[in-house]
Design a protein around this ligand. Sequence first.
Ligand SMILES: NC(=O)c1ccc[n+]([C@@H]2O[C@H](COP(=O)([O-])OP(=O)(O)OC[C@H]3O[C@@H](n4cnc5c(N)ncnc54)[C@H](OP(=O)(O)O)[C@@H]3O)[C@@H](O)[C@H]2O)c1
Length: 264
Amino acid sequence: MDLHLTDKTALVTGSTQGIGFAVATGLAREGATVILNGRDETRLADAHKRLLDLVPGADVRTVAADVTTVEGSQALTAAEPDVDILVNNVAISAFAAFPDVTDEEWTRYFDTNVLSTIRLTRHYLPGMLARKQGRMLFVSADSAVTSDADMLPYAMTKSALLTVARGIAELTKGTEVTVNSVLAGPVATEGALEFIRESAEEQGRSAEEVEAAYFDEFRPTSLLRRPATPEELASLVVYLSSPLAVSTNGAAVHAEGGTIRTIA
Ligand SMILES: NC(=O)c1ccc[n+]([C@@H]2O[C@H](COP(=O)([O-])OP(=O)(O)OC[C@H]3O[C@@H](n4cnc5c(N)ncnc54)[C@H](OP(=O)(O)O)[C@@H]3O)[C@@H](O)[C@H]2O)c1
């Protein structure tokens, strides 16, 4: 299928590895110009090289900036003032026992996972609305709906993204700009695999046992019963970035392996 992305420029935040890198690679495969982002020049240069190995001849630019700070966000938008596709992907996550989470920690989660995406969206939306074309994607998570008690600050931010995306979509009426969020389930990214390795070591179990226990204890309704690969998740984001996906707007699109038991 031709996704009509060859004349598009896409910014994917947090794209030196994991879902962000897979989305950037998928977009580059479709011929889009891709802007990689991360905090570290060396890791960015490495990601740039890996992407070109996977997609020879791809048009790739990089911007080193911490998108969770005002300064980083400003540096990014100064370097890349206009894009056709924005994928808000950066987030922090960790297990946290509710009574131990301080005010500062709640605020840090909000600032990092929500406010950072709002800043970038506020910058890029006017250009998209003026051109009446554009794609905004928010990488949310099944936790937005499952409200996991053991990682509530993270879950709260992922729920907030659904509301923010839907509300911003309301501003696109009469244009072909779309604003959608994607509810990812477990994805076997470098970050997630490292987390499983650490848990396995702490618990004296194998990584396979920890992964199986995760699905039994935390995602018993999962139909897939394994983490998706970054590429499996990215393929949906790439499709939603396409002009062909114009009729999907204001949606929270499920890609969580069937964990959330709803038909609407
Ligand atoms: N993996 C999962 O199971 C899963 C499930 C549901 C939802 N999600 C969501 O998917 C998204 C990506 O997760 P992931 O697992 O792919 O993450 P990951 O493997 O940990 O990768 C995170 C990426 O973000 C970059 N990054 C981190 N902080 C940044 C910052 N402040 N500014 C700029 N770049 C930053 C990192 O680059 P540098 O370190 O080079 O800066 C890296 O490229 C997140 O929103 C997450 O909540 C993931």
